[in-house]
Design a protein around this ligand. Structure first.
Ligand code: ATP
Length: 242
């Protein structure tokens, strides 16, 4: 479980970007973060992934007070959280499978990234995960020949193979055609259900959030103005997000 209490983020010598945000997320939940451009969605994700320093607030992950724990807390987040970007960085000349196995820089020791050496167990684990996201047929295709949706699925497999329990996804479906977007969101939702994963996804289109999320967090100028179970937003809730 993740518990965020009174998160405030101020840029030193600059503006306050997040104001006193509190919420919690249970395992198995798909949480959508929505709001207008500049409302603080990406900053919230970065603070959850400890990519940005918290100005104040408390942050508990499975009961651990990760901000107070310093280095140990950061290591926990690095191990158990993965960030999915809008356009995942993959090695273009390596296959989908190899990209999954090798992982990102933060997931894999340097020697392994350079040599590309993998164990048989790792190989089978990666194939199982690739199958779960429906990419088995493309496992040996080079990353630069994959579509946007397939690249996103490689990134999801890569996060899972390397032990992620929480996926922080920044607009994982923007730029994809509606069919590919729907498939990615369906996959993410299924992973929440079956593997008790937590997904926190910034979604530009609130219709996706309404269809797929178990929970919708809405931001406006850095403030949490909507926190509801997943359902259609009311007219009043939509106005709060403008
Ligand atoms: N390092 C920074 N220094 C100063 N201002 C920043 C910094 N990072 C973000 N901001 C500002 O904080 C606000 C929130 O930014 P953020 O990227 O989180 O918005 P967003 O909701 O993700 O927007 P979009 O939907 O356009 O991606 C914006 O006004 C942005 O300009």
């Amino acid at each position: 479980m993740i518990k965020v209490s009174h998160l405030t983020k101020k840029i030193p010598g600059g503006p306050k970007i997040l104001h006193d945000i509190s919420f919690d997320v249970q395992h198995g939940e798909f949480v959508a973060v929505v709001g207008a451009s500049g409302s603080g969605k990406t900053m919230l994700l970065k603070c959850l992934g400890l990519k940005e320093r918290w100005t104040s607030g408390e942050y508990f992950v499975q009961g651990d007070d990760v901000l107070k724990q310093g280095w140990t807390g950061r290591r926990k987040i690095r191990r158990e959280f993965a960030i999915l970007e809008e356009k995942p960085a993959l090695s273009p000349n390596k296959s989908a499978l190899k990209n999954v196995l090798i992982g990102t820089q933060s997931q894999t020791p340097l020697w392994r990234m350079v040599t590309g050496m993998v164990r048989n167990d790792d190989y089978m684990g990666a194939m199982d995960t690739i199958e779960k996201v429906g990419l088995l047929e493309k496992a040996h295709q080079k990353a630069d020949k994959l579509s946007g949706g397939e690249r996103q699925r490689v990134a999801i497999s890569r996060a899972l193979v390397h032990g992620a329990k929480v996926l922080l996804a920044d607009e994982p479906v923007s730029g994809l055609d509606p069919h590919a977007a729907e498939q990615i969101l369906t996959d993410l939702k299924a992973l929440c259900r079956k593997q008790r994963l937590i997904v926190v996804a910034v979604l530009h289109q609130s219709e996706w959030a309404e269809r797929f999320a178990d929970r919708i967090l809405g931001l406006n100028e850095g403030r949490l103005v909507v926190d509801i179970r997943g359902r259609r937003l009311t007219h009043g809730e939509k106005l709060k997000l403008e």
